[in-house]
Ligand binder design. Structure first.
Ligand SMILES: [Zn+2]
Length: 130
């Protein structure tokens, strides 16, 4: 079964991110370290994304909704989302992932709309309540 990847707006994500079954995956590269990030987001840089997919799958065990983003969500975010979708198809793994989403306008759009940004240096970020 082919999975389709849909887009989600910042406003939708703001509400959704309170749910325990959602994981936000930041695939920006070095920008994450100086631009801040969405509170509670995981970091899997796009340049090493393919090597870390199985690690990612362990980390998101129990989540059913994955939201990808990069700076603008035009190239890296959708690319990594598609890579994950084809990985799941290849391994025929039923990981319980129902939805693979991409955040419209990416981190830059999120920040420009005045939504919460975390600037911690924790790996992973433990901040969910901003
Ligand atoms: Zn943080």
């Amino acid at each position: 079964m082919a999975r389709s990847i849909s887009y989600i707006t910042g406003a939708q994500l703001l509400t959704l991110r309170r749910r325990p079954n959602i994981a936000i995956i930041d695939v920006r590269d070095e920008e994450r370290s100086y631009d801040g990030h969405i509170p509670g987001s995981l970091h899997y840089a796009s340049d090493s994304f393919s090597d870390k997919i199985s690690d990612l799958m362990q980390t998101v065990k129990g989540k059913d909704t994955l939201v990808f983003h990069c700076a603008l969500s035009q190239v890296r975010g959708p690319t990594c989302a598609r890579r994950l979708a084809s990985y799941l198809k290849e391994v025929k793994e039923d990981a319980g992932i129902m939805d693979i989403l991409v955040l419209e306008r990416g981190f830059n759009g999120w920040e420009a709309s005045g939504r919460p940004v975390c600037r911690c240096t924790d790996k992973p970020c433990k901040q969910h309540d901003l």
